[in-house]
Ligand binder design. Structure first.
Ligand code: GLU
Length: 635
């Protein structure tokens, strides 16, 4: 069995036998020049990993936020306090990706109790939502660019209620205390990062000129009509005001009163440029009651063993954990990591079996996964040994399967699921953007927070709540735009991800913690819509099967498959011969599928010694803060 921090091994691209620390340092040295060429499309945002110690670690996609988390830890706060402070700081420094107008999944490992739980602050559909709400008068869904930037896409935000719950249960600081760094940053200003500058030029900020809700976002991020420039100062006084109100009155200041009034009014905007039909139908349906009723949920992770490690990940309403784990189980019978057998890192066989497993799992995802508070998700069946065996034989190492369909895990499940019917052909999921943020925090006591937080698309719905300086999400576009439930028809589809009142849209976010025995050894996650699943999977395989040090495991080129029968995406950096072999096996890998995939922030813990290593993905700006603790001594 191989694991980056437990077993020393040769890696073919280094040709060195080395211990974990040496490997981490070597990882740093080669980071700028991954021995396989690795200039990803996001490489200009690069940031290397940082060697570890026995103190806390904070790894985020933006360095100022990492410093905020580290300061909280240094000041005696725990991982939960630091994580919430980081989330608020990211609302200031990376406002295009996450914030109080959105929601997320906060996976928490409580070292004292040896327990892992998740605070689910995912946005919910308003009570007035219905399965046909994204359809125009002609019965077809409004085009994505329109519906995703309308009030109708806005889910009831959950982030603040989640933060409040996590702090009150497991934190040591008040909401007011952890808000202070973000208040200072918003009020005094930050330096604009390259990513923020680039995002401010995005057409996603171009909607509805003259409308005060969209203009409010442009006033902050395109002052004077011009995109922000890297290194310029950016002051966000309205956001500072909102944070101060929250510090004074708690999350209630958001869910009731003047801010709630402003949120409800803002999302009632339709889209003037969608004509009179769009203007009427694309209005958001969120009410004051919806805001008052919002509740976060504490969930237990889904889990399974993979080559002796326990992998814990995000349950429904995310598809992320179930799909990542299903893929791991599907590929477990192949000798991944064995270079002589052709299953080394980046070798064609490795990539082929991963792609085929992803296709099978995505077929199941499209049919079976949704918010299990509303639909029965056959979680046990999907991960059942016999079902996995039945599905895994469909992976032919010698060729790509022509067409992949969902399986039927219900015979292996215990949930009260509808009776079997013929499985209808499925449309493929097309959701998912390139935004969101993932960060991981570990404190000296060993508590871990693995947090993926989002407003869905870049700039969310593009709507900013006037006077309050935060963006509203467009998370409801993660629902099926057109309902699929057809229980009464000849085909079978439970409509697991159809819109329903108060339901949470299916996510792909997959904060994940890997354990060796009782001890956590790795914690990570990624943004990237439905590519999240592939990013998390790639890193898990890199760590467990290929024994890569964490910096390399994160920065190595990735490939992604996001549907059963669509084409894969891939990053530059794989050997041309491997790509050619994959093409021969039937995978349609062409240059038009090249793109940057995800942004993984990871912490790895060497066991049994306990030394922690952080890595921030160089596909974004990346910030790792590693704190020294007593045991670091002079070393
Ligand atoms: N809304 C997406 C999800 O929950 C995340 C968006 C992204 O990562 O770009 O899966």
């Amino acid at each position: 069995m191989k694991f980056v921090l437990t077993v020393t091994r040769n890696t073919h691209h280094m040709g060195l036998r080395r211990g974990p620390l040496q490997r981490c340092i070597l990882g740093l040295i080669v980071m700028g020049g991954w021995s396989m060429p690795m200039p990803s499309p996001g490489a200009e945002y690069g940031s290397p990993g940082v060697p570890g110690g026995f103190g806390g670690v904070v790894t985020t996609s933006e360095p100022t936020a990492a410093r905020v988390g580290a300061a909280l830890l240094r000041d005696g706060g725990n991982a939960i306090d630091a994580a919430v402070a980081v989330a608020f700081a990211l609302n200031v420094t990376e406002p295009q990706s996450s914030g109080i107008g959105g929601g997320g999944f906060m996976m928490i490992y409580l070292a004292g109790e040896g327990r892992t739980i998740i605070v689910d602050s995912r946005e919910r559909a308003p009570a007035g939502a219905d399965p046909n709400m994204f359809l125009g008068a002609d019965g077809a869904p409004f085009p994505f660019p329109l519906r995703s930037t309308s009030g109708l896409a806005v889910g009831v935000p959950g982030m603040l209620r989640g933060a409040e719950l996590a702090l009150s249960r497991w934190g040591t600081r008040t909401l007011a205390e952890v808000l202070q760094p973000a208040i200072r940053m918003a009020a005094r200003g930050i330096r604009v990062s390259r990513r923020l500058a680039d995002a401010s030029a995005s057409p996603r900020l171009d909607n509805e000129p003259g409308d005060p809700v969209y203009d409010a976002a442009r006033a902050v991020f395109r002052p004077g009509g011009e995109p922000l420039r890297e290194h310029d100062p950016l002051i966000q006084p309205d956001l500072a005001t909102t944070f101060r109100l929250l510090a004074g009155r708690g999350a209630d200041a958001f869910y009731r009163g003047a801010i709630a009034d402003a949120i409800v009014a803002a999302q009632q905007r339709g889209r003037r440029d969608a004509g009179s039909d769009g203007q009427a139908r694309l209005r958001g349906r969120m009410t004051h009651q919806d805001l008052r009723n919002y509740q976060p949920v504490i969930r237990n992770p889904v889990s399974a063993s993979y080559r002796g490690y326990a992998v814990l990940s995000m349950p429904p309403p995310s598809s992320g954990g179930l799909t990542v784990i299903q893929v791991l189980k599907l590929i477990e019978r192949f000798p991944l990591g064995d270079e002589d057998a052709g299953y080394g890192f980046g070798q064609a066989r490795t990539l082929h079996v991963i792609l085929e497993a992803l296709r099978l799992a995505f077929a199941d995802r499209a049919l079976w996964m949704g918010d299990e508070d509303f639909v029965a998700v056959p979680k046990t069946g999907l991960l059942h040994e016999a079902y996995i065996a039945e599905r895994s034989v469909l992976i032919d190492p010698g060729r790509r399967a022509d067409r992949v369909s969902p399986g039927d895990p219900r015979p292996y499940d215990v949930a009260g699921l509808p009776s079997a019917r013929a499985l209808a052909g499925l449309r493929e999921a097309g959701e998912g953007g390139i935004n969101t943020t993932h960060f991981t925090v570990m404190d000296a006591a060993g508590n871990i927070v693995c947090f993926t937080n989002t407003i869905e698309s870049q700039w969310g719905s593009g709507q900013m709540v006037p006077g309050y300086g935060f963006l509203l999400n467009n998370e409801l576009t993660d629902f099926n735009a057109k309902p699929r439930a057809n229980l009464g028809a000849g085909g079978f589809d439970p409509g697991a991800n159809d819109v329903a009142p108060n339901k949470r849209p299916r996510s792909s976010m997959a904060p994940t913690i890997i354990f060796q025995g009782e001890a956590p050894v790795a914690a990570f996650g990624s943004p990237g819509g439905s590519t999240i699943i592939s990013s998390v999977l790639n890193v898990a395989v890199n760590l467990i099967d290929h024994g890569l040090p964490v910096g390399e495991a994160v920065d190595a080129p990735r490939l992604a498959q996001t549907s059963a029968n669509g084409r894969p995406f891939f990053e530059p950096g794989f050997e041309a011969a491997a790509i050619h072999s994959l093409q021969q096996l039937g995978h349609d890998l062409q240059d038009d599928r090249l793109r940057s995939i995800g942004s993984v922030q990871a912490v790895v813990i060497e066991q049994p010694a306990g030394r922690r290593y952080g890595a921030a993905d160089r596909r974004r700006t990346g910030g790792v803060q590693s704190l020294r603790a007593h045991r670091d001594g002079g070393g």
